[in-house]
Design a protein around this ligand. Structure first.
Ligand code: MRU
Length: 349
């Protein structure tokens, strides 16, 4: 299993995704501010991974607090949660992870539980969320594999793999589950400019697992669909609105429209905590704008003329009407998504 992130006695250890695939190295975040930095700088990225990182960051902050009274600790917890919540705006899993620890903290504090006991319970919960992420993605993978063809090429965009989670992955978890069943599938991975999650991360983790993978530039997907080469597309998600509109890595929307035009199923694979029922539709999902340098520079070298305008939205929203199914660990959602999502939200598991 690829060790994307890990709770240790000295802090949270992260596989540095900015250095892959050339160098496999780890960054140790020794306090919650350093956890916030690694999320902001994309040392760790991917919705599920930053969700659990956020939870671990809050737990670490509480564990390291020197507060001796609950009112003092309450004030610190507010600052810790706020700092971590300001790192990245789009993936709802981050806010979910922070809320998991904050809610437990609030409950224990309201019961006047001793500070040492609170510390051990929040740390235990952060570690449980890590284990549950992997377990949920394995269940999700099995649901998704039922939908894939037994052979042929599957297109994916960005990295919704083990690196985007505590392990296994969502979209790539489905592919892993299909391969484990013996399906004869191979993957076409979009390079995913400008951060190149496909080039650097998806290609790395799939080849490491000996899953046949072909890297294509983002603008080649339509060509291969036109040739009849792609049997299905599967992507992850950063936030799914109550009506099924899905925010995912920039370029996902184009893939979905191409699939529609070519009659190819377009699947979204995401754990249920990616669904944000408070956000009614995709228009209300906040889209992160990242630094221009991600577009202007390649490997530290400027490739654009000085003075050109740059736009760098990190995500786009695929309207629900282009989505064939949303695969979660609770089961498979289909249109009308407003109804299927509302019904599934009532299930506890
Ligand atoms: O900016 P990133 O790399 O954190 O964005 C991640 C994505 O958009 C992935 O495609 C994804 O599906 C969400 S994580 C499973």
């Amino acid at each position: 299993m690829i060790p994307t992130l890990q709770w240790t006695s000295e802090g949270v250890s992260f596989l540095d995704q900015t250095k892959l695939p050339q160098v496999e190295t780890y960054v140790l975040a020794r306090n919650y501010n350093e956890v916030a930095d690694v999320i902001r700088n994309m040392v760790v990225r991917g919705a599920m991974a930053i969700g659990v990182s956020g939870a671990m960051g809050v737990a670490l902050g509480i564990q390291q607090s020197t507060a001796v009274t609950l009112p003092d600790l309450n004030a610190e917890v507010e600052v810790i949660c706020d700092t971590l919540a300001k790192t990245r705006p789009t993936a709802v899993n981050l806010f979910w992870g922070i809320a998991q620890i904050r809610d437990l903290y609030n409950k224990l504090a309201a019961e006047n539980v001793a500070i040492d006991e609170i510390k051990s319970q929040v740390v235990a919960l952060a570690q449980t969320l890590y284990d549950e992420d992997i377990a949920n993605l394995k269940v999700l993978g099995a649901y998704g594999a039922d939908l894939l063809p037994k052979e042929g090429t599957i297109l994916t965009h960005c990295n919704a793999g083990a690196l985007a989670a505590c392990g296994y992955g969502s979209a790539l978890g489905v592919i892993r589950a299909a391969v484990e069943r013996g399906y004869k599938i191979d993957v076409f991975a979009d390079e995913t400019r400008p951060f190149n999650q496909g080039t650097r991360l998806t290609a790395w983790e799939l080849t490491k697992d000996n899953i046949p993978t072909t890297l294509i530039c983002d603008n080649m997907a339509g060509y291969f669909m036109g040739q009849g080469r792609i049997k299905a597309a599967i992507v992850g998600a950063d936030r799914i609105a109550a009506n099924g509109d899905t925010a995912n890595k920039i370029g996902t929307y184009s893939v979905a429209i191409l699939c529609k035009e070519h009659g190819i199923p377009f699947y979204v694979a995401a754990p249920f905590n990616t669904i944000d029922i408070e956000t009614l539709n995709g228009k209300d999902i906040p889209i992160e704008e990242r630094a221009a340098k991600e577009v202007t520079h390649v490997n530290g070298v400027q490739v654009t003329p000085d003075g050109v305008g740059i736009a760098n939205p990190a995500f786009d929203v695929t309207p629900a009407k282009y989505i064939t199914a949303i695969i979660t660990e609770r089961g498979v959602l289909r249109a009308p998504f407003e109804e299927s999502i509302a019904a599934m939200s009532k299930q506890t598991k």
